[in-house]
Structure formats: structure tokens, C-alpha cells
Design a binder for this molecule. Structure first.
Ligand SMILES: NC(=O)c1ccc[n+]([C@@H]2O[C@H](COP(=O)([O-])OP(=O)(O)OC[C@H]3O[C@@H](n4cnc5c(N)ncnc54)[C@H](O)[C@@H]3O)[C@@H](O)[C@H]2O)c1
Length: 248
């Protein structure tokens, strides 16, 4: 499905990003596993290369514009092109907004929203030169609902920003054959959601028509589709991967 495509995936050291990296590699992509946690990034890259596929690990803090530019330079040095960018790195912030400090607000926005902006800004010119590319932003249903049990209004605001930004640059990417889409996962079992009590988890799952939690692989499958030729005419789309939770 993604034979010889070069994919840059942020936050790929664990959870959803790791599942996307492994799935892309299985589909024939050459993958840059990028994460703040360099040990995890290296471990995922090794998992991929052990299967005979191609991967490199890149340490990056997406809140640092210089490091983002270095990440792109390293990927270009190694692969000479970038076909797919998956902006997946993210952090959660829970609790009522009255208890959230301005510093905590800034941190969430810096990772979840400005990080997406910086990575898109660094990769977009490469894709413009290639006259093509795919950008997939991992937002959240919290960005549509305004939070809830999965995160507070602050996390939701960052993800709502990602949704709006996705549509905005989808328009700018059109003339260059750059498709930009977002995935809005529902509750997915990863380290990010591991702090929820079983009771909270059950309460969420009761609202899910398919009656189960998402797996990182569910999100990876959607990302794979959006990165593939099958999704050539899809741009500016915000795709729920949530077991039906958000259906009208
Ligand atoms: N798990 C869910 O239920 C859920 C639901 C909706 C959306 N999401 C979104 O999916 C994405 C992945 O979440 P996950 O559940 O796999 O979380 P996770 O915490 O398991 O993984 C997040 C990864 O991002 C990396 N990261 C964090 N800050 C970074 C930074 N500044 N620079 C580079 N890398 C950084 C971490 O090191 C980690 O490897 C996030 O954007 C999250 O908001 C998750």
C-alpha cells in the first residue's frame, strides 16, 4: 500500500505513533521514527529494521523549532524525500480549567498545536518541491466535544486548533497535490489513557456503540488509508476513529 514511500512520524516511540510506524513499515514504507524519548524511538526503529524494512530513529522535541528543522534535515539526508508526515506527538492535560495554570496551558499548546504547525512548516516546502505529499494530523474527538473524561477543555482546545489548522492548510496544499487530513481518535488504550480508573474507562466505553476501547492499530489502519493512493481525492477531512461514539 505504501511501497517505498518515506514517512516521518512524530511521537512514534510508543502508543498510537508506534503502531502507525509499524503498520506503515509493514506496508512497504521507509520510516523515520521521531520522538522526544530517543530510547523508545530507537527501540521502535529496531523493531522495524529487524523485519527487514527500513527505519531510522530521530530524537526531536516538537516544541523546539530548531530541532524540528534538524529532524527534517536528517530525514532528507537519509531518504532524500518525504512523502508522508504524521503529526502524532501529543500530551494530555486533565482537570477543571480553573485549576490549570497558564504554564500548563502553554505547554499543551506548544506540544499539541504549535508542534503540528512547526512540523508542517518544515515539511511543506519539501512536499511543494516534490509536487505531492500527505499530512495526517492526529487530533482527538475532544477537539470536537470540548473535552470530557478523556481530557479537559485545555487539551480539547489544542485539538480543536489542530482540526481548524488541518482544514486551513488542506486549502493551501491543494495546488501542490498535498493532501492534509486529521484523525480524531476516541478512547484508545495507550499509556496516555492508563491513568483512568476502571470505573472511568467503563463509563466511556458505555457510550461507544462498538462497545470496546480503540487499539492503537485501529488508528494506524486509518492513517495507512489516508496515506495511501486510495485516499488521493480526500483532503481537509476529519476522520473519527472512535467505535461510533461521535455519530449524530
Ligand atoms: N490514547 C487516546 O485515547 C487518544 C485519543 C485521542 C487522541 N489521541 C492522540 O493521539 C496521539 C498519540 O497519543 P498516545 O495515546 O499514543 O500517547 P502516548 O503518551 O502513549 O504517546 C505520545 C508520544 O508522544 C511523545 N511526545 C510527547 N511530547 C513530545 C514532544 N514534545 N516532542 C516529541 N515527541 C513527544 C511521547 O514521548 C510519546 O512517545 C496524541 O496526539 C494524543 O493526543 C490519543
Amino acid at each position: 500500500m505504501l511501497k517505498d514511500k518515506v514517512a516521518v512520524i512524530t511521537g512514534a516511540g510508543q502508543g498510537i505513533g508506534r503502531a502507525i510506524a509499524l503498520q506503515f513499515a509493514r506496508q512497504g514504507a521507509r520510516v523515520a521514527v521521531c520522538d522526544l524519548n530517543s530510547d523508545n524511538a530507537a527501540a521502535v526503529a529496531r523493531e522495524i529494521t529487524d523485519t527487514g524494512a527500513e527505519a531510522i530513529a530521530v530524537k526531536v522535541d516538537v516544541t523546539n523549532e530548531e530541532q524540528v528543522l534538524e529532524m527534517v534535515a536528517e530525514c532528507m539526508l537519509h531518504f532524500s524525500r518525504i512523502d508522508i508526515l504524521v503529526n502524532n506527538a501529543g500530551i494530555i492535560q486533565t482537570g477543571p480549567f480553573l485549576k490549570i495554570s497558564a504554564e500548563a496551558w502553554d505547554k499543551v499548546m506548544a506540544v499539541n498545536l504549535r508542534g503540528v504547525f512547526s512540523c508542517c512548516k518544515a515539511v511543506f516546502p519539501v512536499m511543494q518541491r516534490q509536487n505531492g505529499g500527505r499530512i495526517i494530523n492526529i487530533a482527538s474527538i475532544a477537539g470536537k466535544r470540548g473535552g470530557g473524561i478523556l481530557g479537559n477543555s485545555c487539551y480539547a482546545a489544542s485539538k480543536g486548533g489542530v482540526i481548524a489548522f488541518t482544514k486551513g492548510i488542506a486549502r493551501e496544499g491543494g495546488p501542490y497535490n498535498i493532501n492534509v487530513n486529521a484523525i480524531t481518535p476516541g478512547y484508545t488504550d495507550t499509556e496516555m489513557t492508563s491513568s483512568l480508573t476502571l470505573k472511568q474507562r467503563d463509563a466511556v466505553l458505555q457510550m461507544v456503540p462498538l462497545g470496546r476501547a480503540g487499539k492503537p492499530e485501529d488508528v494506524a489502519a486509518a492513517a495507512c488509508y489516508l496515506a495511501s493512493d486510495y485516499a488521493a481525492f480526500i483532503t481537509g477531512e476529519i476522520m473519527d476513529v472512535d467505535g461510533g461514539l461521535m455519530m449524530d
